[in-house]
Design a protein around this ligand. Sequence first.
Ligand code: ATP
Length: 517
Amino acid sequence: MALEDVFKKLVAHCKEYGYVFPSSEIYDGLAAVYDYGQYGVELKNNIKKYWWDSMVLLHENVVGLDSAIFMHPTIWKASGHVDAFNDPLIDNKDSKKRYRADVLIEEQLAKFEDKMNKEVEKAAKKFGDSFNEEMFRETNPRVLETKVKFDELTNRFAKALNDSDLKEIKQIIEDYEIVCPVSGTRNWTDVRQFNLMFSTEMGSNSEGATKIYLRPETAQGIFVNYLNVQKTGRMKIPFGIAQIGKAFRNEIVARQFIFRMREFEQMEMQFFVKPGEELDWFKKWKEIRMKWHQSLGFGAEKYRFHDHVKLAHYANAATDIEFKFPFGFKEVEGIHSRTDFDLGSHQQFSGKKLQYFDPETNESYVPFVVETSIGVDRMFLQIISAAYDEEEIKKDDGTIDTRVVLRLPPALAPVKLAIMPLTKKDGLPEKAREIIDSLKFDFYCQYDEKDSIGKRYRRQDAIGTPYCITVDHQTLQDDTVTIRYRDTMLQERIAVKNVNEIVADKLSLRKLLEKLK
Ligand code: ATP
C-alpha cells in the first residue's frame, strides 16, 4: 500500500476509535487544531509521564516547573521572537495555495536524497552480500552526479537562509523549477516573511490594554524562572528544568494532521551548564534522548539525527531527531546548544542580574544552556504511526482476513485490559466486574459485553489493548479466565489471582524506564 494511503487510513482510524477529532467539527473544524478523544488523552498522558519520569525521576539534577502561558511581552522582544520568529512564505497564484518557501526547497533536497538511495538499493540487490555501500556512494557516476546537485543546493540554500535573502530563496525555487504540488505550475508570488506568534490583549479597556503573546515555546518560562528554581532548590550547575505545556504558532502551512498544529504541546528541558562545557553536554543529551526514543522498540532504523545547516540566532550547535513517518523522515525533537543567548538577553532587557554564583570556584557567570525540545503531539503521531498495522490472517477455511491492530508499547497503551463476560447472563457480568474492581487501582480496565467475542477482540486490537480477559462459565467454578494477547492472538487459561502478576511487568512504565539506564 502507498505510504500516503497508510497515512490517510491512520487519520481515519484515529477518528473512528476515539483518539483524535478535528476541533469544532460540528462547525466544519478549525484548521490545524485538534481535540484528543477518550483514548487519545490516555495515550498523551502516558507519553507525558514517560518523558517526565525519564527527566525528573531519573536525573537527580533535573527538576520540574509549570509556568504560565501568558508572560510579560518584553520577554518575546528579548528572546528574539518579535523580530525574528518568522517563516518565509510563498503563494502559488494558480492554486492559491500557500507554502513555506524553505520547505519547498527542503523537499527538493529530499528528492535528490531519494534518487541516490534508490541507486544504492538497486545496487545492493544486484550485488548481494559483497555490496560495499560506502564505496558505491563514492564511485558510482549517477550517485556522484546527484550528490553534486544536492551539495550545490544545500550550500546555496544555507547561505540564503543565513542572509535572510528572500529574493535568493525565490530565485532558488525558480532555478530548480519547483512546481506547486496542487496546480503543477511555477506561477509563484514573491517570498515574504511571516511572524508566527499569536497575540491578544490583556486588560479591561482598550486604552489600558497591553498586547501580549501566546507563548510559541515553553522554554522562555524556564529561562525567566531559572534563578528562582536554582536558589529555592539549592541547585548546583549543571542542572536542568523540565516543563510540559501548551505552545501556539500561527503556522503558515498546517497540513499533515497533528504533525503541524497551531495549538500544540511541548516537553522541554533546559540544562544549565558552565560556559565551555556546553558542547560536551550537547553530545550527552543527544545520546540520552535518542535512547529514550529507541527504547519504545520501533526499530533503530526508524530514527536519525539531522544536524542543522542553518543555526538559529541563539545556537552554537543544533540537531533534530527525525523519525520515519509514513510521509518520510521528519523532526520529532530538537536538541540545541543555546549558549548564553537567552539568559544574557533577559539580563539586558530586564536589568536584573541572572548570574549564577559558583560556590566551588567563587566566580559568577551567566550559564550556557543545552535544551531538548519535543512535541507531545508529534510523539503521539510517531507512536501511533509505528503501531498501526494491518495484519493478514489465514482463516481455517483458507480465506484471508485482515485485522487492524495498534501495536502500542503496552506501558503507553490507553486501555491496559479489557474484561469481557462471554455472555450477558448467568452471573458472568457480575464476575467480570468483580475482576475489574480488583484490577482498576493498578490498570485502566474496560468492561465490554457487546457483540460476539471475536468482534470484541478486534475492537480491542484496533484500540491497542494489550490484554483481553474473558470470563466464562468455567470461571464461576474454578476461578480461571482466558487471557488473550494482542500481538500474537494466543490465548491461555490462567487463574484470576495471577492476572495482575502476569501483566504487571509488561504494563509498567518502570520497565521502559529501566531500559534507559
Ligand atoms: P519545524 O521545523 O517542524 O517547524 P521547529 O524546528 O520550529 O519545527 P522547534 O521550535 O525546535 O520546532 O520545537 C521543538 C519541537 O516542538 C519540535 O521538534 C516539534 O516536535 C514540536 N513542534 C514545533 N512546532 C510544532 C507544531 N506546529 N505542531 C506540533 N508540534 C510542533
